[in-house]
Design a protein around this ligand. Sequence first.
Ligand code: ARG
Length: 296
Amino acid sequence: MELSWGRRYVAVEPTHFRVEYVINPFMDPDDQPDPALAMAQWRELVATIERHGGTVEALPQREDAPDMVYAMNLGLGLVREDGQSHVVMSHMRYAERRMETSSAQPWFAERGFTTSYVGRDGVGAHLEAGDAFAFGDALVVGYGPRTEELALKHLATELGIRVRGLRITHPGMYHLDLAFCPLDDRRALVCPAALDEASAAALLELVPEPIVLTEEEALTTFCANSIVLGSTVIMPACPDRVRAQLEEWGFTVVVVDVSEFHKGGGSIRCLTNPVDVEIGRDLAVVPGGEVVLPQV
Ligand code: ARG
């Protein structure tokens, strides 16, 4: 069954995108993006999403926040059981990105979203939304390099859902969205090399029909950092083997080049934040919440 979420996106127009500091292995201030090319690539991505039935709402980029273009990390957008749109704002690991959410929060609030922070006003635990995806019966959350394990507990209890944690150990796949992309209710792109042994096994158990990516595929092509609109997969690149399997399953692959954004360590998923995951539809309601961690 097709994913029911992934039609409504929030993104940030890259008016001040640059590589100013190093918080992941891809970033090199000596290799700056071309601003005009980055803008053209971003516009093409937005147009492609719109052509395939999605919507994109753009918030302005703060001048002092060069990484804000990676809108996936602003917060975890959800629709509550009563239909209210809500965003659990991120609490970024690195100070260099923390100001992004103070601009994003009022922007969401003006558009009718309620907002919250995990724990006590966001000082509770680091949470970066690029680590969190609805899949199966739970919110699957990567922790380690960015999101802290404690944030999983907060998410589960505050939202009343099941959270399945996966421990990320690979420095180059510092967000789960670089190693995991849900395709439909049974299928996903997965790169177990991002995770410790128990978590890799848990991920493979969670996904009945995975396309397993090698470490090399995930790191050099960013192909797990893709988005899915129904049967269309919008990808930054697609290895032939992966394309063959996707097409066999009935998906159409659309490649959009966002190479300028790879210089900051992110690709298509990082640039777009789906806010239409519904509690009670895409995420099972679990009163009181529950955290499931891989058995070591
Ligand atoms: N430079 C950004 C950072 O390191 C890239 C974020 C990529 N976004 C993502 N959702 N993986 O925080």
